[in-house]
Ligand binder design. Structure first.
Ligand SMILES: Cc1cc2nc3c(=O)[nH]c(=O)nc-3n(C[C@H](O)[C@H](O)[C@H](O)COP(=O)(O)OP(=O)(O)OC[C@H]3O[C@@H](n4cnc5c(N)ncnc54)[C@H](O)[C@@H]3O)c2cc1C
Ligand SMILES: Nc1nc2c(ncn2[C@@H]2O[C@H](COP(=O)(O)OP(=O)(O)OP(=O)(O)O)[C@@H](O)[C@H]2O)c(=O)[nH]1
Length: 622
């Protein structure tokens, strides 16, 4: 039997029942539904797998025509973006109703895209005889591949809908494991579920700009403990969600908890709190004492911090800044710990950056602007952008660490630097408490360097980063190793995915996994020489790998210099130079920071003696 697998977008104006349809199609409550229009603010995938096919659904926000605010403009752009990458589109209308707003939503769908019409809510249609002429009228508007009147609330109709879709899905193996329901995190689903309840319980009273933020999400065994804040624009809105003697907030919490228990298949403890967006009520993050950092540094050193706090949102950071218990203490910001050498216990406060979230913020004719929270894992983020059809970061695949740390050293690999895809970032100045938006010029990006590396440790915490991914995508494959892998695979015109796969293969074949042998990637920066110095050196040392930079400097390969000094694969005490990559220093088992630094110093000395070149360590040394 042939198996089919494809992506399906569900499009239509607000309130036609798209979320209800999606939930029914995947037999779970994933996307949120309510009587209030415009509750679906994100792009959500729900997945339904059966014996014959895997249906990957994309639930887009309703196409908005009534208001002109920036939120709605961005919602409309998301509809268009979601549509660029799908196999089939379900265009949903309310049976018997087709007006200018539906027409505008339909205009978003490219005529070349396979589109099926779903006339929903037939159960509400008083005059069933009017259905046929209604469908004929719609056929005149667009040559739909199929037209299906249904009620999203009737299971038989939902099955019909799946069957009618089936032949339009491409013949393909499943993309996701069979039990996957959605690619959204549980945290995200918890926020969505609670947000639905907020809208349901407040009716039209509350502006839809209110949001839910998950402050903490913990799992112990099957119990999930969720601490959520409902954020409103003004203090006056708080009363609307709290209700008389807290009754409304309590009921919302109970209903959201019941839904989440069904969704997660286990017990949920849900703690909800009403807050104004301007602050107030936010509790400082939990202060952990004598905290082990072994899992937070890629060398795997057994060091501890006097204090640590997990920072899951900007407000938590603002609280931590003024926490009297931390006054005057040294501060360290830690992402994934993949570019840091912790030489001793840290007698201060370590902020573990854990702010999540990623979204399309803007799209125009030339580019997509994509934002991610500082605590997102970099590689997951790169992979996600590709899956969404926004290429441009593929050369930076598999770099460990977080999004927030990427601008700190302007990460780079295989012919691309992050600064080339950077738009702006948001950071909190821990000295003044001010939030700043910094563009590329303000960040002063250079080769493995930025403004953040120059300033006082712990002063600026990056909370989110926006990337600009140009739509005119060009592969960057001039790097010899990538070229070779693509040639071996017989790929002449690589797609973004091909480049991504080649980069992953190249890295996996060469770089040691920190889980196997602790390391921080390249330990030294590649040295930059003035042309005259390079001329003199290459007279003495033939065949040096050299890469001219746009500013006239010549970049040498530090690994080659180290190899020529005979250090490749050699150990000194419990530290060693990796056998396949001379630029990587590894923890050979039970090494401490001092062992690594000792080996680094000997290498620096030998390279300087032979080449007259000073190697500069790349990681932050604490
Ligand atoms: C196997 C391996 C391969 C690697 N390959 C590459 C590569 O190809 N190219 C490359 O450029 N790098 C590479 N690296 C280095 C490292 O992955 C990157 O520098 C990465 O960006 C570090 O992210 P992190 O979250 O682990 O940062 P951390 O190590 O936690 O922190 C690094 C520095 O950034 C600061 N920092 C972290 N988060 C924030 C924040 N939110 N706000 C302000 N400051 C912050 C820290 O205080 C510290 O000074 C590699 C590392 C390893 C282990
Ligand atoms: N009677 C009836 N009501 C339905 C049907 N499908 C959806 N609804 C109701 O219509 C309302 C809107 O449904 P949603 O699924 O939230 O609509 P949506 O299109 O996702 O809305 P946005 O998120 O605003 O774009 C809810 O009150 C649903 O219960 C149906 O087939 N019959």
């Amino acid at each position: 039997m042939t198996f089919r697998c494809g992506t399906i977008a569900i499009v239509g104006r607000p309130n036609v029942g798209k979320s209800t349809l999606l939930n029914a199609l995947i037999q779970q409550k994933i996307s949120i539904t309510s009587r209030k229009a415009q509750t679906t603010r994100y792009r959500i995938q729900g997945i339904y797998t059966c014996a014959e096919a895997q249906y990957i659904f994309v639930d887009t926000p309703g196409f908005q025509t009534r208001y002109g605010g920036p939120l709605n403009q961005s919602l409309n752009r998301i509809v268009t973006a979601a549509l660029s990458a799908v196999d089939v589109c379900l265009f949903v209308v309310e049976a018997g109703r087709y007006d200018a707003r539906d027409q505008q939503a339909l205009a978003q769908i490219d005529a070349a895209l396979t589109t099926l019409l779903i006339a929903n809510k037939v159960d509400r249609l008083a005059d069933k005889g009017g259905l046929l002429p209604f469908l004929q009228r719609l056929r005149a508007a667009r040559a739909f591949c199929e037209m299906l009147p249904i009620s999203a609330k009737r299971p038989d109709d939902i099955e019909k809908c799946r069957q009618i879709l089936l032949p339009y899905l491409p013949v393909k193996a499943p993309v996701y494991p069979e039990d996957t329901l959605t690619d959204c995190s549980e945290r995200f689903l918890a926020a969505e579920t609670l947000r639905e309840k907020v809208f349901r319980f407040t009716g039209d009273e509350l502006p839809y700009t209110s949001a839910v933020r998950i402050e903490r999400f913990e799992q112990k065994g099957s119990l999930r403990r969720i601490f959520a804040a409902i954020l409103v624009e003004r203090d006056s809105h708080k009363a609307m969600i709290i209700g008389e003697r807290g009754q409304k907030l309590k009921q919302m919490g109970v209903q959201a908890r019941l839904d989440l228990e069904r969704l997660f298949g286990g017990p949920v403890y849900l703690n909800t709190l009403g807050q104004s967006k301007t602050g107030g009520n936010i509790k400082p993050p939990r202060l952990l004492t004598d905290y082990p950092l072994r899992a937070h540094n890629a060398f795997g050193f057994e060091v501890r911090a006097r204090y640590a706090q997990a920072i899951e949102c900007e407000a938590a950071l603002a609280c931590a800044r003024v926490d009297p218990r931390l006054k005057g203490l040294p501060r360290l910001i830690l992402g994934g710990g993949s570019n840091i050498v912790l030489t001793r216990d840290f007698d201060g406060i370590v902020w573990l950056i854990a702010q999540r979230g990623r979204r399309l913020v803007h799209e125009d004719a030339d580019a997509w602007l994509i934002e991610a929270g500082a605590g997102e894992r970099w590689h997951d983020f790169v992979q996600w952008t590709l899956e969404c059809g926004w290429p441009g970061l593929e050369n930076l695949a598999l770099i460990p660490g977080t999004v927030g740390a990427a601008p700190v050293q302007n990460i780079g690999a295989y012919g691309l630097e992050m600064s080339e895809r950077f738009f702006q970032l948001r950071a909190l100045d821990m000295k003044t408490g001010k939030a700043l938006h910094l563009n590329a010029a303000a960040c002063r990006f250079a080769y493995r360097d930025s403004f953040f590396k120059q300033c006082e440790s712990g002063r600026f915490v990056i909370v989110s980063v926006v990337f600009r991914l140009p739509k005119r995508w060009q592969p960057r494959c001039a790097y010899p190793e990538i070229e070779r892998i693509l040639a071996e695979r017989g790929i002449v015109k690589p797609s973004p995915r091909d480049v991504f796969d080649a980069v992953v293969a190249a890295r996996q074949s060469k770089l040691p996994d920190p889980a196997q042998a602790g390391n921080a990637g390249s330990f030294f920066k590649n040295p930059l020489l003035r042309p005259a110095d390079f001329e003199a050196l290459s007279g003495r040392e033939p065949d040096l790998a050299a890469h001219p930079l746009p500013n006239g400097q010549i970049k040498l390969a530090a690994g080659q210099l180290i190899e020529r000094c005979g250090w490749k694969g050699r150990a000194l005490g419990r530290a060693a130079v990796h056998a396949r990559h001379a630029l990587v220093i590894i923890n050979n088992g039970n090494a401490c920071g001092a062992d690594i630094l000792k080996l680094a110093e000997v290498i620096q000395r030998d390279v300087y003696r032979r080449f007259g070149v000073r190697l500069e360590p790349e990681p932050t040394i604490i």
